[in-house]
Design a binder for this molecule. Sequence first.
Ligand code: NAD
Length: 308
Amino acid sequence: MTHAVLPTVGFIGLGNMGSGMTRNLQRAGFPLVVNDLRRESAAELVAGGARWAATPAEAAAASDVVITMLPTPRHVDAVVNGPDGILAGIADGGTWVDMSTSVPEVADAVRRAHGARGLRILDAPVSGMSVGAANGMLQIFVGGEAEDVARLRPVFEAMGDPERILHVGGAGAGYAVKLMINQLWFSHLVATAEVLAIGVKAGVDLDVLRDSLIASPANSNFVEHDVLSILDRGDYDEGFAIALACKDLGLSIDLARSVGVPAELSAVVEQIYRRAKAQYGDLAGEMTPVQLYEDLIGRPLRREAVAA
Ligand code: NAD
C-alpha cells in the first residue's frame, strides 16, 4: 500500500554497510533495485522483493534515486562513469547520492561534464559502523542543496538515526565532515592505545588506569566507550577493514594538503595504521593498531586478563 507513494531506490554496493542499509530500506517499504559485483550479496534482498540489476546503469534507469556505497573514489568513479555506469542509465534530472566515504572529485567532474542534464547529486557519508548500518541507526552527514536533502530525508531516515541526519553544507561538505570525523577517531584510537600500553607497562592496573582517565579532563568517547570492544571482547571490528581505514586517512591527508593546512599528527596516525595493515593484513579490523601496542608490551589489553 505504502509502496505506491515511496520512491524506488537503486542501491549499488551491498558490502558490510550496504547490506544493512538496504535491509532497512526494504523494511521501511522502499521498492529496491540493487547491484553489486557479487551477485550473491543480493540473495536475501531479492527474496524479500528487491529487483536485481545486472549493471549500475540498469539500477539507475529503474529507480527514482540511486545510492552508491562503495569502497573508494576509484570504485565510485567506475560505477558512475564506466561503460554500464550510472550516467548511462540515469534519467535527466535524476538523483544520485554517494554515501561512500570519498572525495568530491567524481561528483564535481560529473557536474562539469553533464551540467545540462540537471542531475541532483548529494554526498551523504555515514558513521556508526556496520552495527549502525544493520540497526538503522547510522549518523549521516549530507552535503547538497537543502531542497534535495529535505526530499530525501525519508530515505535517510530509513537508514539512520533521525536526530543525527545532519545537513552539513553544500556539495562536498558531507565528504569533508566524514573524513574529519574518522581522522579524529583514528587519532583517539592511537593515542589511547599508546597511553594504555605505557601505563600498564609501568605497572598500573588496566581498569584503574582507564577509570582514572575517565575521571580526568583526558576522558574521551573512545576511552569511555569504544575501546571496550577490545578490552572486553578482543573485538577489533572486522566489520570495517583496516585497508578502508587507511584509504580514509590517505584521503584526509590529501584534503589537508589541498587546503594548505599541515597535518603532522594525522600523518603519524596514518603511518601507524599502515604499519598495522602491513602487519595484520588488509582485512584486519579498523581497531587493529591497538594490537601493535599489545605486541610491544607482550600482552593483550584485556580487562579479564588484568583481573586474572
Ligand atoms: P565493503 O568492501 O564491505 O563493501 C563494498 C561493496 O561494494 C562490496 O560488496 C563490493 O562487491 C561492491 N563493489 C565494489 N566495486 C563495485 C562495482 N564496480 N560495482 C558494484 N559493486 C561494487 O565496504 P563497506 O565496509 O561496506 O564500506 C563501504 C563504504 O562505507 C566505504 O567508503 C567505507 O569507507 C564506508 N564506511 C564503512 C564503515 C564500516 O564500518 N564498514 C563505516 C562507515 C563508512
